[in-house]
Ligand binder design. Structure first.
Ligand SMILES: Cc1cc2nc3c(=O)[nH]c(=O)nc-3n(C[C@H](O)[C@H](O)[C@H](O)COP(=O)(O)OP(=O)(O)OC[C@H]3O[C@@H](n4cnc5c(N)ncnc54)[C@H](O)[C@@H]3O)c2cc1C
Length: 361
């Protein structure tokens, strides 16, 4: 024990890195980040990686240490909140005075039979590495949400030799305003992506079984619908919701557990009008910044102001040359303005670059 306040950040994603960057500014604090990866790969670009593109990556240890932040490579298994320590799969332990839990999310492959065995995902960098390379024949992308739309369009544009299918329970993009959804459909058609509005009942070695009994043959199934979170919080007795996301108060403190905070996809963060914030980098990175500064303030005996997630845009890339940018109200309900085409692709790319730069500190 050095007499310094030990702030430990679990997870070097958008939320964790933003938190560490702020926390390290507290005088008298020592900040340690723990992650199972040694390299940062922009998660919001993983559909591009799946389509065979190179994306920026960088060494966590080198970048963090240059900022005076300690880095521990390891998988967190459990948090002992009584002893104030994190137990790693390696058997090591890391002690803390304040803990920021930012372990993010991963694909939920438990939604239909066969998905765990036969489907691939683009949810994490190791998931993408497991996708058969090179992809051949027909690829069925399941999920008409942002990740499914981005993955299907990126694949179709980068790999015109593939037959890309998008299988979705609803019209892709139907949660956006009609102009945005219509543009998404037009680009899917232009890129030759065949849209199948149907519910998937099971994934098999040969493709998909639909609820109506139809079979869709596919060489590869990419499952993009449904995200879940690491079980570390639940396993450690932190309060969690039915999806294992950590329950926090309006200052992102874990309910009933002093000096432990949770942020990003792994937490139930509230937005304006009390709405639960959707899992997104848009919510995770600013909230990480808030909690890092809040913990730093607490080290000096100050109580931070409450926090509310605020949304501004929904940006969806449709390959490298097209996109949709829809303005949102602060509570994440649809605004009335939407940009499409090259301008939208450019805006999305600038935002992704800015997010990547901010993550790199
Ligand atoms: C293909 C794709 C495109 C996306 N596009 C967008 C977009 O355009 N806009 C947007 O807002 N959002 C987008 N998202 C969602 C966004 O990536 C997530 O919401 C965001 O990454 C959440 O940030 P986070 O810091 O909470 O978690 P993450 O970024 O997931 O970081 C969590 C970190 O914890 C580490 N970790 C996990 N478990 C352990 C463990 N047990 N021990 C140690 N370390 C662990 C992981 O290695 C990871 O580094 C996209 C997601 C995907 C998959």
């Amino acid at each position: 024990m050095t007499g310094q306040h030990r702030i430990v950040v679990l997870g070097a994603g958008y939320a964790g890195l933003a938190a560490a960057q702020q926390a390290v500014q507290a005088k008298g604090a020592r900040v340690t980040v723990i992650d199972l990866h040694t390299e940062f790969v922009d998660r919001v670009r993983l559909h591009q990686v799946a389509a065979g593109q190179d994306v920026p990556r960088w060494e966590l240890r080198k970048t963090l240490e240059a900022k005076g932040i300690e880095f521990v490579a390891g998988r967190a298994e459990r948090i002992d909140t009584a002893a104030r320590r994190v137990e790693l799969a390696s058997g090591g332990v890391v002690e803390y005075d304040s803990l920021i839990y930012a372990l993010g999310s991963r694909a939920d492959l438990g939604m239909v039979p066969g998905a765990t065995e036969f489907a691939h995902t683009v949810a994490t960098s190791e998931d993408v590495r497991r996708i058969p390379a090179p992809l051949t024949g027909r690829v069925a992308v399941v999920g008409g949400g942002p990740t499914g739309i981005e993955t299907a369009t990126e694949l179709a544009e980068s790999r015109p030799d593939l037959e890309v299918l998008l299988v979705s329970a609803d019209e892709p993009g139907s949660w956006l305003i009609p102009k945005a959804a219509a543009h998404i459909r037009a680009v899917l058609d232009r890129l030759g992506v065949r849209v199948h509005v149907a519910k998937v009942a099971a994934v098999t070695a040969a493709g998909l079984e639909l609820v109506d009994g139809e079979h869709i043959a596919a060489e590869t199934v990419l499952w993009t619908t449904g995200f879940t979170v690491p079980e570390v919080a639940a396993r450690s007795g932190l309060p969690v919701d039915a999806r294992d996301r950590v329950l926090v108060d309006e200052r992102l403190q874990v309910r009933g557990i002093p000096d432990v905070y949770a942020v990003g996809d792994a937490a139930v963060m509230l937005g304006h009008n009390g709405r639960e914030a959707r899992m997104s980098c848009q919510a995770a990175q600013p909230a990480g910044k808030y909690i890092g500064a809040a913990v730093a303030a607490r080290v000096h005996g100050k109580t931070p102001a409450p926090y509310r997630v605020r949304f501004v845009l929904t940006c969806i890339s449709l390959g490298r040359r097209d996109g949709v940018v829809q303005f949102m109200h602060a509570d994440d309900s649809n605004g009335r303005t939407v940009l499409t085409g090259r301008k939208a692709a450019w805006i999305k790319e600038q935002i992704v670059r800015a997010v990547g730069r901010a993550a790199k500190l």
